[in-house]
Every structure is written in structure tokens, then in C-alpha cells.
Write a protein that binds this ligand. Structure first.
Ligand code: FES
Length: 161
């Protein structure tokens, strides 16, 4: 079956293209829209984006693969991304990863068997002033501690019930 954007997303893309005549400027928001609809970006989805906004597929692919916020494979309902860059590392991001790995029973890049959580170590989330930081889907959590991440996982498990 041929992939298609939903009617709503078609309309959003239409507005984007009207607002930004430069196709390059539409690329990141268009990839976000695609990720929202399809869950992650397969080659087929990237080709659809390329075709819809009128860009070479290779450019779409290289942009999508450069940014860690774009998922290239299925992820859990909650995608926990822990910054491991300098400020966060100096303030204990490795301890956050250890606590998360232990409480979730998975390592970097893995997804829990129930499909609820994916854990990823990522580069700077631009929250260096409130390190260590992590992101769950689109929500930021800053000045985190191992205790706070375990509590957060518990809250998310409850929320998912
Ligand atoms: S170093 Fe972690 S948010 Fe910038």
C-alpha cells in the first residue's frame, strides 16, 4: 500500500510550503509531521517527505539521519533520551543512564518488552544550564537525579495504565 499523509497533515504541509517558499526551511517541520503520523522515519516515509516538499530524497535522508530527535526505528510509547554531553556528563548523566537501565532492564537503544519505554543516550538537548537533562517524547526534565528518574518511570508506568 502506498504511504500517504493524512488529510490533516496534508493541510499542515500545505501551510508550511506556503509559509516557507524555501524548501529547505520546510524540511525539519515536515519530518516532524511525518514522525508524528508514522511513528518513525523509514526510507519510504523519507521518500514521501521528499516528494511532498520537492526535495531530493538524499538530502532528506542525510538530514533525518543527522538529528537524533528523528527516530529511524520503532520506539516505545515513551522515548527517554538522556543527554550525555559535557555539561550533563559532568553533572552525573551517566548515573541517570545506569539508574534507568537498571529500573527498565534495557540498555541504550533498546525498548522494553512491553513496548512502553525506549532508552537512548543522545547529544546536547540545549538544556546545559539545568544539567543533567533528559527528554521524554517532547517533554524536558532538568536537574535530574537517579532518584528522580526512577520516580519518573514509575509515574509514566501509572499514566500508561
Ligand atoms: S550538555 Fe546536556 S543539555 Fe547540553
Amino acid at each position: 500500500m502506498q504511504l500517504e499523509f493524512s488529510a490533516d497533515n496534508e493541510a499542515r504541509l500545505g501551510r508550511l510550503l506556503a509559509e516557507y517558499p524555501d524548501r529547505q526551511a520546510c524540511l525539519l517541520p515536515a519530518l516532524y509531521i511525518a514522525q508524528e503520523q508514522f511513528g518513525y522515519l523509514t526510507h519510504e516515509v523519507m521518500e514521501l517527505v521528499a516528494e511532498r516538499i520537492g526535495m531530493p530524497p538524499g538530502e532528506v535522508l542525510s538530514t533525518a539521519t543527522f538529528y537524533t530527535m528523528f527516530r529511524k526505528r520503532p520506539t516505545g510509547k515513551y522515548h527517554i533520551q538522556v543527554c550525555g554531553n559535557v555539561s550533563c556528563f559532568l553533572r552525573g548523566s551517566d548515573r541517570l543512564m545506569t539508574a534507568l537501565s537498571k529500573t527498565l532492564g534495557i540498555g541504550d537503544g533498546e525498548t522494553t518488552e512491553d513496548g512502553l519505554f525506549t532508552l537512548s543516550a543522545v547529544q546536547c538537548l540545549a538544556a546545559c544550564g539545568t544539567a543533567p537533562a533528559l527528554q521524554v517524547n517532547d517533554t524536558y526534565y532538568e536537574e535530574m537525579t537517579p532518584e528522580k528518574v526512577v520516580e519518573l518511570v514509575g509515574r509514566l508506568r501509572e499514566e500508561a495504565k
